[in-house]
Design a protein around this ligand. Structure first.
Ligand SMILES: Nc1ncnc2c1ncn2[C@@H]1O[C@H](COP(=O)(O)OP(=O)(O)OP(=O)(O)O)[C@@H](O)[C@H]1O
Ligand SMILES: [Mg+2]
Length: 184
């Protein structure tokens, strides 16, 4: 995997599989501290303590089609191999939160990649799920909360409708460019 955005997609897919109705994804950069963090929180079914303890071991999976789950181990590796840290918390019946932190300048830090594309895909492909994305760097910040967008559009117009999709695509792209300026 060469892009953090694809790691994020993987982690968000775990949330969707856990039945989440809300997935919150936060990106925060502090260029003066050479620090970048990604956090994904969901209100899905969560994990037992035993599951949580072994979940970063690539042989842990509840998938039945194959024996190895790689999403969490790869995300953990992306952070720890780039001078960063990784944390996961989860509570059964409540949800799960995953945070990965990076040294921005570390030679092994993967580029963020097309996070805008991933966000757009998540929003338009999952009509029954709400997403809240935030991006922050210094005093620049932006947010996209599908609950707010839905409130404005009303129930008739889906987020995947061509005009809405085009608007969201530009909105996300402009925000990411303005906030991170291609530095991630
Ligand atoms: N957000 C979550 N909520 C509840 N359970 C989760 C969550 N994320 C991961 N899990 C549990 O941890 C297991 C391991 O997750 P991981 O992403 O590493 O592998 P996977 O999803 O099983 O396979 P892959 O990501 O390679 O498709 C999952 O099978 C699931 O049981
Ligand atoms: Mg997974």
């Amino acid at each position: 995997m060469r892009e953090l955005a694809l790691n994020i997609l993987d982690i968000a897919e775990n949330s969707l599989r856990a039945g989440a109705t809300l997935v919150e994804i936060d990106l925060a950069a502090d260029f003066s501290q050479d620090a970048f963090s990604i956090s994904v929180r969901d209100n899905g079914k969560g994990m037992s303590k035993e599951m949580l303890a072994s979940v970063c071991d690539p042989f842990t999976t509840t998938r039945t089609t194959r024996k190895v789950g790689m999403g969490l181990p790869l995300f953990k590796y992306s952070a720890e191999s780039a001078g960063g840290t990784f944390h996961i918390t989860s509570e059964e019946g409540k949800g799960t939160a995953v945070t990965a932190a990076y040294r921005i300048s570390h030679v092994d830090r993967m580029p963020l990649g097309d996070f805008g594309g991933v966000a757009l895909q998540l929003v338009t492909m999952n009509p029954g799920v709400d997403f809240c994305f935030t991006a922050k760097a210094g005093d620049r910040q932006g947010e996209l909360d599908t609950r707010e967008v839905r409130a404005i559009l009303g129930e008739e117009i889906p987020l995947g409708a061509p005009e809405v999709r085009a608007f969201l695509k530009d909105y996300i792209k402009e925000n990411l460019t303005d906030i991170f300026g291609g530095r991630l």
